[in-house]
Design a protein around this ligand. Structure first.
Ligand code: F6R
Ligand code: MG
Ligand code: MG
Length: 366
């Protein structure tokens, strides 16, 4: 059986009105680039979209994960979109393209990606989550609830195929190590780690009974920066659903709670994660609040049917209203923690300069 690979690769290569949205010309350029790649057989199918200022390439193929051709295609597509951003005078044109030339794999080059290779089941629903103004640790809480919390995913209790539980791979970004933990038996150990969202990041989830892959998060930048904080990477996540995995409704259910995530203005604040329709994936107030979109697909013979824009639904209206209320409450703290992140996690800080200025005035307390 031929395996299908789903690659979701994203980059911020410039945007309209500050860090707000990708320009329609960039979407057109990316679509044209992937159309040609589909014709020449590099990929089987594709969709292009944006979540705020991030250009998102959703591609299927049979080349496996970390494939040179596919990564090269994404890189050249982002380069073309960055060229157009420069010509249009868009903000931060080429921002995420950290290298001058492509060199075999996108790791460490700026773009983020989540890739998953799997054998297609008879029906293969997948949900692609894309978020702006936050970081990969933002998925820790919702993924735990999807795959380990029976108060969120009823299937963990009542579906015999889910009842055995799941195994979670957790990355320690400080040490550059990872560990596999099984639920339900190691749930408390898992929570002890992933509650620290800035350090322990859920990377992938498998079903324990047969090892099939169920979820993948983009941690590409983070895995390379062990021990050093180099900034937030707006994350993407792929989740397979149904038939012994959480139902699509169970995959979405955790997002009904707009939990606080790190990111927002200058990557240095906590704000509520607001689930929105793709057309509303535009961060405005205080460059936020952080947004997430969910595109659902059926995959058959590596072809994509969809998307279903899953948060484009009044069922999430109350969540959005709550997110606005939380945003308001958090903002009232201004520059004080816990609205502002702790110093070790901030993307921007003037603290060293402030200390430098005050050096001569620091007195030892008796
Ligand atoms: C956060 C983000 C924005 C910018 C902010 C300042 O991820 O992209 O909040 O940090 O708009 O941007 P610069 O420094 O480009 O003026
Ligand atoms: Mg930007
Ligand atoms: Mg962004």
């Amino acid at each position: 059986m031929v395996k299908t690979t789903l690659s979701v690769i994203k980059a911020d290569v410039g945007s309209l009105a500050g860090h707000n949205v990708v320009h329609p010309d960039q979407i057109r350029i990316a679509e044209e680039s992937l159309r040609v790649a589909k014709e020449t057989g590099i990929i089987k199918d594709y969709r292009v979209t944006n979540c705020g200022d991030d250009l998102e390439l959703i591609m299927t193929h049979s080349r496996g994960e970390d494939n040179d051709e596919v990564h090269k295609l994404a890189w050249s597509t982002f380069c073309k979109a960055a060229e157009s951003a420069k010509a249009l005078g868009l903000y931060a044109a080429g921002q995420d393209l950290l290298c001058d030339a492509y060199s075999g794999n996108l790791k460490g080059m700026g773009p983020g990606f989540a890739e998953m290779e799997f054998e297609e089941r008879a029906g293969e629903p997948v949900v692609v989550f894309m978020a702006d103004k936050t970081e990969p640790g933002a998925f820790n809480l919702p993924l735990y609830r999807m795959f380990a919390d029976p108060f969120s995913s009823a299937g963990l209790v009542i579906d015999p195929n889910m009842h055995g539980g799941f195994s979670f791979q957790v990355l320690d970004v400080h040490e550059g190590t990872s560990v596999e933990l099984n639920t339900p038996e190691e749930s408390y150990d898992l929570l002890a780690l992933i509650g620290t969202t800035g350090r322990y990041i859920l990377k992938s989830i498998k079903r324990k009974s047969d090892g099939i892959i169920a979820a993948k998060v983009s941690i590409t930048k983070l895995s390379l920066i062990a021990g050093r904080y180099v900034g937030k990477d707006d994350p993407v996540c792929i989740v397979r659903a149904q038939h012994g995995l959480p139902a699509v409704g169970e995959v979405l259910e955790p997002f009904a709670f707009p939990h606080l995530v790190a990111g927002w203005m200058r990557g240095s604040h906590y704000g509520p994660l607001m689930p929105v329709a793709q057309k509303n994936a535009r961060c405005t107030r205080f460059d936020g609040p952080p947004r997430i979109i969910a595109w659902g697909f059926q995959v058959k013979n590596s072809m994509l049917t969809g998307p279903a824009d899953l948060f484009d639904d009044p069922a999430f209206d109350m969540t959005r209203a709550k997110a606005c209320e939380i945003a308001d409450y958090m903002r009232r703290h201004g520059p004080f923690m816990p609205e502002r992140l702790g110093p070790e996690e901030m993307e921007y800080t003037t603290l060293p300069q402030v200390f430098e200025k005050l050096k001569g005035r620091l007195k030892k307390e008796e």
